[in-house]
Design a protein around this ligand. Sequence first.
Ligand SMILES: [Ca+2]
Ligand SMILES: [Ca+2]
Ligand SMILES: [Ca+2]
Length: 226
Amino acid sequence: MRSMTLPLLALALLLPAAARAGVVKEKEPNNTLAGAQAVDGHFTLDFSADIGNGTHVDNTSTTIPHVTVHGSGDGSFDYYSFYFPGAGSTAGFVVLDIDHSSSGFDSHLALWATNGDLLGHNDDYDYRGGAGGSVPKPHSDDSYDSLMTTYLSAPGTYVVGVGLWSASPVKGGYEEGFAGAKPRAGDFYTLQISVENVPVVPEPGTGALLGLGALGVLTAVARRRA
Ligand SMILES: [Ca+2]
Ligand SMILES: [Ca+2]
Ligand SMILES: [Ca+2]
């Protein structure tokens, strides 16, 4: 019986890790398109109150694969990449959404193809566009938090950039524009990346249940042996 304690403990320790599926912590350096941090393998369909499709009403967290990136500033632009398999489909709706940003963080978002072509960008957006997570400016429905949507049709790697107003997105990445367009030390933000038709990780709930099921089996085995 005692010999089963360690494996059971190890299994139990694995369970909280499963609950963090869909969440990625930023890793610097991620300062160029070529040096973007890949978020593949972290997409999930777990519910999040903060993920929408650009309208005021729809929460798309359980219908469009998404990943949540927790980023911070260090005086450099931040780039994140994902692979869109396409599969001959045009159903590659993409939503990029900044949430829970630090005070004074006037985000700017952009999306590039891997050859450097700029596909879209946004500075400010309606605070309700990406479900929860953003607050409006005073006397306005706009938020300093960015949101943009677009459609992908070609398979390939795509790169999301996070900068500050007045970063200028051009072919190949951001130009700084006026000084101060790079996220600064002390800044923090959450980036929601939603992409149709990308592979999702197994449901954390399922993983936890499988883990609990295995725990039950092991406990039963241990009891029989005791
Ligand atoms: Ca960076
Ligand atoms: Ca949001
Ligand atoms: Ca902004």
